[in-house]
Design a protein around this ligand. Structure first.
Ligand SMILES: *Cc1c(COP(=O)(O)O)cnc(C)c1O
Length: 260
Protein backbone atom coordinates (compact mmCIF):
# COMPACT_ATOMS: atom_id res chain seq x y z
CA UNK A 1 0.00 0.00 0.00
CA UNK A 2 1.47 3.38 -0.96
CA UNK A 3 1.00 6.51 1.07
CA UNK A 4 -1.13 9.38 -0.16
CA UNK A 5 0.48 12.67 -1.14
CA UNK A 6 -0.94 14.23 2.03
CA UNK A 7 0.68 11.58 4.21
CA UNK A 8 4.05 12.01 2.50
CA UNK A 9 3.88 15.77 2.96
CA UNK A 10 2.90 15.56 6.59
CA UNK A 11 5.68 13.04 7.31
CA UNK A 12 8.39 15.29 5.86
CA UNK A 13 6.97 18.33 7.65
CA UNK A 14 6.81 16.42 10.94
CA UNK A 15 10.25 14.87 10.53
CA UNK A 16 12.68 17.40 9.01
CA UNK A 17 15.98 15.94 7.79
CA UNK A 18 18.83 16.14 10.32
CA UNK A 19 22.11 17.07 8.65
CA UNK A 20 24.23 18.68 11.40
CA UNK A 21 25.44 17.63 14.84
CA UNK A 22 23.20 20.34 16.20
CA UNK A 23 20.14 18.90 14.40
CA UNK A 24 20.85 15.46 15.87
CA UNK A 25 21.30 16.86 19.37
CA UNK A 26 18.00 18.74 19.07
CA UNK A 27 16.06 15.76 17.69
CA UNK A 28 17.42 13.30 20.25
CA UNK A 29 16.69 15.77 23.06
CA UNK A 30 13.11 16.21 21.80
CA UNK A 31 12.54 12.45 21.63
CA UNK A 32 14.06 11.94 25.08
CA UNK A 33 11.81 14.67 26.50
CA UNK A 34 8.75 12.91 25.10
CA UNK A 35 9.97 9.58 26.46
CA UNK A 36 10.42 11.22 29.87
CA UNK A 37 6.91 12.69 29.78
CA UNK A 38 5.38 9.35 28.74
CA UNK A 39 7.34 7.54 31.46
CA UNK A 40 6.13 10.01 34.05
CA UNK A 41 2.49 9.56 32.95
CA UNK A 42 2.95 5.83 33.53
CA UNK A 43 4.79 6.22 36.83
CA UNK A 44 7.96 4.79 35.31
CA UNK A 45 11.60 5.84 35.49
CA UNK A 46 12.65 7.31 32.12
CA UNK A 47 16.13 5.87 32.69
CA UNK A 48 14.62 2.40 32.19
CA UNK A 49 13.89 3.23 28.53
CA UNK A 50 16.69 2.88 26.00
CA UNK A 51 16.49 4.94 22.81
CA UNK A 52 17.74 2.96 19.79
CA UNK A 53 18.15 5.31 16.80
CA UNK A 54 17.30 3.63 13.48
CA UNK A 55 19.45 4.78 10.55
CA UNK A 56 17.99 2.68 7.75
CA UNK A 57 18.02 4.40 4.31
CA UNK A 58 20.12 7.26 5.74
CA UNK A 59 23.26 7.78 3.64
CA UNK A 60 26.57 7.12 5.38
CA UNK A 61 27.69 10.76 5.35
CA UNK A 62 24.72 11.68 7.55
CA UNK A 63 25.18 8.54 9.65
CA UNK A 64 28.72 9.74 10.36
CA UNK A 65 27.35 13.09 11.56
CA UNK A 66 24.94 11.24 13.86
CA UNK A 67 27.85 9.25 15.31
CA UNK A 68 29.77 12.48 15.76
CA UNK A 69 26.72 13.77 17.67
CA UNK A 70 27.16 10.90 20.13
CA UNK A 71 24.92 8.09 18.84
CA UNK A 72 26.80 4.87 19.61
CA UNK A 73 24.36 2.07 18.69
CA UNK A 74 22.36 2.28 15.46
CA UNK A 75 19.53 0.08 14.25
CA UNK A 76 19.28 -1.21 10.68
CA UNK A 77 16.47 -3.26 9.17
CA UNK A 78 18.38 -4.89 6.30
CA UNK A 79 21.57 -6.88 6.78
CA UNK A 80 23.26 -5.83 3.54
CA UNK A 81 22.80 -2.14 4.30
CA UNK A 82 24.10 -2.68 7.84
CA UNK A 83 27.18 -4.56 6.58
CA UNK A 84 27.98 -1.74 4.18
CA UNK A 85 27.55 1.00 6.80
CA UNK A 86 29.56 -0.99 9.33
CA UNK A 87 32.39 -1.10 6.83
CA UNK A 88 32.04 2.58 5.89
CA UNK A 89 32.16 3.67 9.55
CA UNK A 90 34.89 1.27 10.63
CA UNK A 91 37.03 4.19 11.84
CA UNK A 92 34.31 5.34 14.27
CA UNK A 93 33.04 4.08 17.63
CA UNK A 94 29.62 2.64 16.75
CA UNK A 95 27.77 -0.70 17.11
CA UNK A 96 24.96 -2.09 14.99
CA UNK A 97 21.62 -3.59 15.97
CA UNK A 98 19.82 -5.65 13.33
CA UNK A 99 16.10 -5.08 13.82
CA UNK A 100 14.64 -6.63 10.65
CA UNK A 101 13.75 -10.06 9.37
CA UNK A 102 16.75 -12.30 8.78
CA UNK A 103 17.21 -14.99 6.18
CA UNK A 104 19.37 -17.91 7.32
CA UNK A 105 21.84 -17.26 4.48
CA UNK A 106 22.62 -13.88 6.09
CA UNK A 107 23.28 -15.35 9.53
CA UNK A 108 27.00 -15.39 8.95
CA UNK A 109 27.08 -11.62 8.32
CA UNK A 110 25.07 -10.87 11.45
CA UNK A 111 27.20 -13.21 13.55
CA UNK A 112 30.34 -11.46 12.30
CA UNK A 113 29.57 -7.92 13.42
CA UNK A 114 26.15 -7.28 14.97
CA UNK A 115 25.90 -6.07 18.53
CA UNK A 116 22.33 -7.32 18.91
CA UNK A 117 19.57 -8.91 16.86
CA UNK A 118 16.01 -7.92 17.60
CA UNK A 119 13.98 -9.95 15.11
CA UNK A 120 14.49 -13.58 16.11
CA UNK A 121 11.33 -15.41 15.09
CA UNK A 122 12.31 -18.92 13.94
CA UNK A 123 14.38 -21.77 15.32
CA UNK A 124 16.18 -22.16 12.01
CA UNK A 125 17.51 -18.62 12.35
CA UNK A 126 18.56 -19.27 15.97
CA UNK A 127 20.37 -22.40 14.86
CA UNK A 128 22.12 -20.68 11.94
CA UNK A 129 23.20 -17.76 14.12
CA UNK A 130 24.43 -20.00 16.93
CA UNK A 131 26.51 -22.11 14.56
CA UNK A 132 28.22 -19.01 13.10
CA UNK A 133 28.66 -17.37 16.49
CA UNK A 134 30.20 -20.50 18.03
CA UNK A 135 32.64 -20.66 15.13
CA UNK A 136 33.54 -17.00 15.61
CA UNK A 137 33.78 -17.32 19.41
CA UNK A 138 31.16 -14.61 19.85
CA UNK A 139 27.80 -14.26 21.56
CA UNK A 140 24.84 -12.09 20.65
CA UNK A 141 22.01 -10.37 22.51
CA UNK A 142 18.67 -11.30 20.92
CA UNK A 143 15.05 -10.25 21.21
CA UNK A 144 12.32 -12.68 20.22
CA UNK A 145 9.95 -11.00 17.79
CA UNK A 146 6.26 -11.66 18.32
CA UNK A 147 3.46 -10.77 15.93
CA UNK A 148 1.04 -8.95 18.22
CA UNK A 149 -1.20 -7.55 15.50
CA UNK A 150 -2.26 -10.82 13.87
CA UNK A 151 -1.52 -9.31 10.45
CA UNK A 152 -0.03 -11.55 7.77
CA UNK A 153 2.25 -8.75 6.60
CA UNK A 154 4.26 -8.59 9.82
CA UNK A 155 7.07 -10.87 10.76
CA UNK A 156 7.27 -12.42 14.18
CA UNK A 157 5.97 -15.62 15.73
CA UNK A 158 2.38 -16.07 16.84
CA UNK A 159 2.02 -15.37 20.59
CA UNK A 160 0.98 -18.94 21.31
CA UNK A 161 4.35 -20.25 20.08
CA UNK A 162 6.49 -18.09 22.34
CA UNK A 163 6.60 -20.29 25.40
CA UNK A 164 7.81 -23.39 23.53
CA UNK A 165 10.32 -21.28 21.59
CA UNK A 166 11.86 -19.85 24.77
CA UNK A 167 12.23 -23.34 26.22
CA UNK A 168 14.42 -24.41 23.31
CA UNK A 169 16.62 -21.32 23.29
CA UNK A 170 19.13 -22.43 25.97
CA UNK A 171 20.38 -25.02 23.47
CA UNK A 172 21.83 -22.12 21.47
CA UNK A 173 24.29 -21.02 24.08
CA UNK A 174 25.79 -18.13 22.11
CA UNK A 175 22.43 -16.36 22.03
CA UNK A 176 21.47 -14.33 25.10
CA UNK A 177 17.73 -13.71 25.19
CA UNK A 178 17.15 -10.19 26.45
CA UNK A 179 13.41 -9.98 25.96
CA UNK A 180 10.71 -9.52 23.34
CA UNK A 181 10.20 -7.25 20.35
CA UNK A 182 7.15 -6.28 18.33
CA UNK A 183 5.82 -3.91 15.71
CA UNK A 184 2.36 -2.54 16.43
CA UNK A 185 -0.27 -2.43 13.74
CA UNK A 186 0.21 0.60 11.44
CA UNK A 187 -2.96 2.54 12.05
CA UNK A 188 -3.96 5.94 13.44
CA UNK A 189 -6.29 4.06 15.81
CA UNK A 190 -4.42 4.50 19.09
CA UNK A 191 -6.43 1.90 20.97
CA UNK A 192 -5.39 -0.83 18.55
CA UNK A 193 -1.74 0.22 18.69
CA UNK A 194 -1.86 0.19 22.47
CA UNK A 195 -3.50 -3.23 22.35
CA UNK A 196 -0.46 -4.65 20.48
CA UNK A 197 1.95 -3.30 23.10
CA UNK A 198 -0.20 -4.73 25.89
CA UNK A 199 -0.14 -8.15 24.28
CA UNK A 200 3.67 -8.08 24.30
CA UNK A 201 3.84 -6.92 27.93
CA UNK A 202 1.41 -9.62 29.05
CA UNK A 203 3.42 -12.26 27.19
CA UNK A 204 6.56 -11.06 28.96
CA UNK A 205 4.81 -11.12 32.33
CA UNK A 206 3.56 -14.64 31.74
CA UNK A 207 6.96 -15.84 30.53
CA UNK A 208 8.57 -14.36 33.63
CA UNK A 209 6.08 -16.06 35.91
CA UNK A 210 6.44 -19.44 34.16
CA UNK A 211 10.20 -19.60 33.59
CA UNK A 212 12.06 -16.43 34.65
CA UNK A 213 15.45 -17.83 33.59
CA UNK A 214 14.42 -18.01 29.93
CA UNK A 215 13.71 -14.35 29.21
CA UNK A 216 16.75 -12.44 30.44
CA UNK A 217 15.78 -9.07 31.86
CA UNK A 218 12.40 -9.36 30.17
CA UNK A 219 13.01 -6.34 28.02
CA UNK A 220 10.27 -5.01 25.75
CA UNK A 221 11.46 -3.49 22.45
CA UNK A 222 8.42 -1.70 21.07
CA UNK A 223 7.52 1.69 19.67
CA UNK A 224 8.81 3.69 16.69
CA UNK A 225 8.54 7.34 15.60
CA UNK A 226 4.75 7.28 15.31
CA UNK A 227 3.93 5.38 18.48
CA UNK A 228 6.86 5.29 20.93
CA UNK A 229 5.09 7.41 23.55
CA UNK A 230 2.25 4.89 23.74
CA UNK A 231 4.83 2.10 23.91
CA UNK A 232 6.60 3.75 26.86
CA UNK A 233 3.27 4.14 28.64
CA UNK A 234 2.77 0.40 28.12
CA UNK A 235 6.19 -0.61 29.44
CA UNK A 236 8.72 -0.40 26.59
CA UNK A 237 12.35 -0.67 27.75
CA UNK A 238 13.69 -0.02 24.22
CA UNK A 239 12.13 2.22 21.58
CA UNK A 240 13.40 2.05 17.99
CA UNK A 241 13.17 5.54 16.52
CA UNK A 242 14.25 6.43 12.98
CA UNK A 243 12.38 9.27 11.32
CA UNK A 244 11.97 11.44 14.42
CA UNK A 245 15.77 11.52 14.73
CA UNK A 246 17.05 11.31 11.15
CA UNK A 247 14.15 12.79 9.18
CA UNK A 248 11.34 11.42 7.03
CA UNK A 249 12.06 8.41 4.81
CA UNK A 250 11.18 8.40 1.14
CA UNK A 251 10.38 4.68 1.04
CA UNK A 252 7.00 3.61 2.38
CA UNK A 253 6.89 1.27 5.38
CA UNK A 254 5.47 -1.48 3.15
CA UNK A 255 8.99 -1.80 1.70
CA UNK A 256 10.19 -3.03 5.09
CA UNK A 257 7.20 -5.13 5.98
CA UNK A 258 6.23 -6.83 2.75
CA UNK A 259 3.11 -8.94 2.52
CA UNK A 260 3.44 -12.54 3.64
C1 LIG B 1 12.29 1.39 10.48
C2 LIG B 1 12.03 0.64 11.72
C3 LIG B 1 11.77 1.31 12.92
C4 LIG B 1 11.76 2.83 13.04
O1 LIG B 1 10.70 3.39 12.31
P1 LIG B 1 10.59 5.00 12.25
O2 LIG B 1 9.25 5.25 11.70
O3 LIG B 1 11.68 5.44 11.34
O4 LIG B 1 10.78 5.49 13.63
C5 LIG B 1 11.52 0.55 14.05
N1 LIG B 1 11.55 -0.79 14.01
C6 LIG B 1 11.79 -1.48 12.88
C7 LIG B 1 11.79 -2.96 12.91
C8 LIG B 1 12.05 -0.79 11.70
O5 LIG B 1 12.30 -1.47 10.57
Amino acid sequence: MSKSVEEEESASARYPTATTVRDFHANVAAVRARIAAAAERAGRDAASVRLLPVSKTVPTDRVRVAIEAGLRVLGENKVQEAVRKHRETGDLDVSWAIIGHLQTNKARDVAAFAHEFQALDRLRVAEALDRRLQAAGRSLDVFVQVNTSAEDSKFGMPPEELSAFLKVMPVYSSLRVRGLMTLAILTPDEARVRGCFRVLRELRDRARADAPDLIGDGELSMGMSGDYEIAVEEGATCVRVGQAIFGARALPDSYYWPEG
